[in-house]
Design a protein. Structure first.
Length: 349
């Protein structure tokens, strides 16, 4: 069994170190330019990366930062783009919707940057700054290391801009670098814990036909991403909600056939109450949490509650994507229809 998704997950810490080492030279040409805002556009995993890092990028850069889907980008929305850095993100580099958004941003006068997981990507042809995400090729359709790599690339870009603008000093940068390294050092341990839990519960997960993820606002991008990965690979309906959105009606759809996974970093005090209520309707309620959570079914360790927790929380969901499809009898790295994007004309290769 050649489980490439699991291989890519385990390869991630090394790739994050590569990104760290190359950040200074990668962002040198762009960090000194004068911007008032950063807009990051991407679909799927790329959008989730931007949505998860949006607030951390604001704090690091001192700028207005927004994550958007490419379809939401209009000339009217951009206004005068002369002081806007518009970042188009595409894991494979061939997203035609992101390419279209970049062209709109170009016409608005924005400075264009691209972040792709491959060199010489299609969308790079429009870029003023090519900021390649140094994760290496991912042959699996469901991208994992690209998600972490893009998040780190975005954060380090914001830090570089913040330092150039005076929003971050050397002490703050050194502290962030120390905490990032500590997070990377925790990655393997969290991966082992996640793998053990997923293998133990693989049969339960393989039979579910209704999977829901609920997370706090602090992990919203991660909640969206693990739902996308499991939907891609388990090939059953999967949905994701921020905690407060879930309680506005979504709970009505939970039945005895539902499998609900709650991501608990301790920021939402009602998460344990939610678990207790949902267990009245279904036996399959799982809490994935840290040392700050009162009760967890899968404990990830004493993870600090900061901008780097996002590099650990998605691992369990990704391990579900890597391992459970084999229990269902198929290889998750192979798309259901290899010709899908060609038939839909959604990507350029």
């Amino acid at each position: 069994m050649n489980n490439r998704i699991e291989e890519y997950i385990r390869e991630t810490p090394a790739r994050l170190q590569d990104i760290r080492r190359g950040a200074e030279s990668l962002f040198a040409p762009v960090k000194g330019e004068h911007f008032d805002r950063i807009i990051v556009a991407g679909s799927g995993t790329s959008y989730h990366s931007a949505a998860q890092m949006e607030n951390a990028m604001r704090r690091a850069s001192g700028l207005d930062v927004h994550a958007v889907y490419p379809f939401a980008v209009t000339r009217e929305m951009l206004g005068d783009g002369s002081r806007t850095l518009f970042v188009g993100v595409s894991q494979g580099g061939g997203s035609l919707s992101t390419l279209k958004a970049l062209k709109i941003a170009q016409n608005a006068g924005c400075t264009l940057a691209t972040m792709c997981g491959t060199q010489n990507a299609v969308i790079d042809t429009l870029a003023d700054h090519v900021l390649t995400v140094a994760v290496g090729e991912e042959e699996a359709g469901a991208k994992t290391k690209g998600y972490y790599g893009t998040k780190l690339n975005l954060l380090l870009l914001a830090q570089a801009i913040g330092r150039a603008r005076g929003a971050l000093d050397e002490a703050a940068l050194a502290d962030a670098a120390k905490r990032l390294q500590e997070t990377i050092d925790r990655f393997d341990g969290v991966t082992e814990a996640a793998e053990a839990w997923v293998r133990k519960n693989s049969a339960r997960l393989a039979t579910t036909k209704d999977l829901r993820f609920v997370g706090p606002a602090s992990l919203y991008g991660d909640t969206l991403e693990v739902a996308l990965k499991t939907l891609e690979t388990l090939r059953v309906p999967v949905s994701a909600y921020e905690f407060n959105e879930f309680i506005h009606g979504i709970y009505n759809a939970i039945t005895e056939d539902s499998f609900v996974i709650l991501l608990d970093d301790g920021t939402e005090p009602r998460m344990q109450t939610m678990a207790a209520v949902l267990r009245e309707w279904t036996e399959d309620v799982v809490v994935i949490g840290t040392g700050e959570a009162a009760h967890t079914d899968l404990h990830l360790g004493d993870i600090p509650r900061d901008e780097f927790e996002t590099f650990l929380f998605p691992i369990a969901g990704q391990m579900i994507s890597a391992l459970v499809p084999w229990a269902k009898g198929y290889d998750p790295t192979a798309p259901k229809d290899p010709t899908f994007h060609d038939r839909l004309a959604s990507k350029e290769r």
